[in-house]
Design a protein around this ligand. Structure first.
Ligand SMILES: NC(=O)c1ccc[n+]([C@@H]2O[C@H](COP(=O)([O-])OP(=O)(O)OC[C@H]3O[C@@H](n4cnc5c(N)ncnc54)[C@H](OP(=O)(O)O)[C@@H]3O)[C@@H](O)[C@H]2O)c1
Length: 269
């Protein structure tokens, strides 16, 4: 089983992670097509199937509707097989997102996530930015509360799931992990990849397929090529797609011709 080191976190992840949005939420998303939420049995089959494939990173958030509760229900018994990531700062209800970066709101959210996920601690806790990355980092309680959660053993690693290059750079000073967009349509974070690697900060790529708007094999080869990338976290309701995605990351040439190089790429160790 191929595993990549996630920066200096000590976590080892398969090159494809599972982004658990679609199992719990079907409103206000950027996918090409709408989807019906799967029933509980379907979610169980999907989650167990994904772990059985060897995909060990599961990425969720309070903003993903019922996603955390479904993961807790189906995967609590397999907790030691997975690297569990969730987020804090955004919630989703009545068809819209709301954000609360106050210390009390963040602590409440962490408590609720651990209850829903049926665990004492997550492996990765990310700040779920509303897009104003620098403002949140500089003027909210978020970073101290994340550090407190790590000190109290409620999160093994902390970091930022942001939207801006400036935010990602600012987080390099305190984060263990960055989640950032990096795909064939938007490689604006490319310079941050090398900076994160130099700082020992792990990188998780979100939206590698531009939320389903790119050819999957080529997009995965691109997103997982940089040595700094621990995993590309892909959203899906299809076990077949996740199997294909893992194959494309493991053997990009076989999946879709030669992988595209990006400036500053280093070969995988
Ligand atoms: N701010 C944040 O923190 C943030 C924001 C966005 C995303 N994320 C994380 O990143 C994850 C990925 O982002 P995303 O879900 O927006 O987009 P994505 O991974 O770029 O694309 C997912 C879409 O691609 C389709 N897909 C996946 N594999 C495929 C394949 N082999 N062939 C054809 N289609 C395929 C999926 O449909 P099927 O169901 O048909 O496979 C799904 O609709 C999220 O799930 C979430 O965990 C975080």
């Amino acid at each position: 089983m191929d595993r990549r080191s996630l920066g200096r976190t000590g976590l080892e992840v398969a090159p494809i992670g599972f982004g658990a949005v679609k199992i719990g939420r079907n409103r206000g998303l950027k996918y090409p097509r709408g989807h019906a939420l799967p029933d509980a049995a379907g979610v169980g089959r999907l989650l167990h199937g994904i772990v059985d494939l060897g995909i060990n990173l599961i990425d969720t958030a309070p903003a993903y509707g019922t996603s955390e509760a479904l993961i807790g229900r189906h995967l609590a018994a397999r907790r030691d097989e997975i690297v569990l990531a969730t987020k804090v700062g955004e919630r989703f209800g009545d068809g819209r997102s709301t954000f609360d970066f106050s210390a009390a709101g963040l602590r409440r959210s962490i408590d609720a996530s651990l209850r829903a996920l049926r665990t004492d601690a997550v492996d990765i806790l990310l700040l779920h930015s509303d897009g104003h990355d620098l403002d949140i980092l500089a003027h909210s309680d978020a970073v101290p509360v994340l550090m407190e959660a790590r000190e109290r053993g409620r999160a093994r690693c902390i970091g930022l799931s942001g939207k801006t290059v400036a935010g990602a750079r600012a987080a390099l000073g305190w984060a263990d992990v960055l989640m950032l967009t990096y795909n064939l349509d938007d490689a604006s974070h490319a310079p941050v990849l090398a900076e994160a690697a130099a700082a020992g900060v792990g990188v998780l790529v979100k939206k590698a397929l531009a939320s389903g708007h790119l050819d999957a094999a080529a997009a995965i080869a691109f997103a997982t090529a940089p040595a700094a990338v621990g995993a590309a976290v892909i959203g899906s309701l299809s076990l077949d797609h996740m199997r294909q995605n893992l194959a494309a990351a493991r053997d990009p040439a076989a999946a879709h011709g030669t992988p595209r190089a990006t400036p500053g790429d280093r070969p995988h160790a």
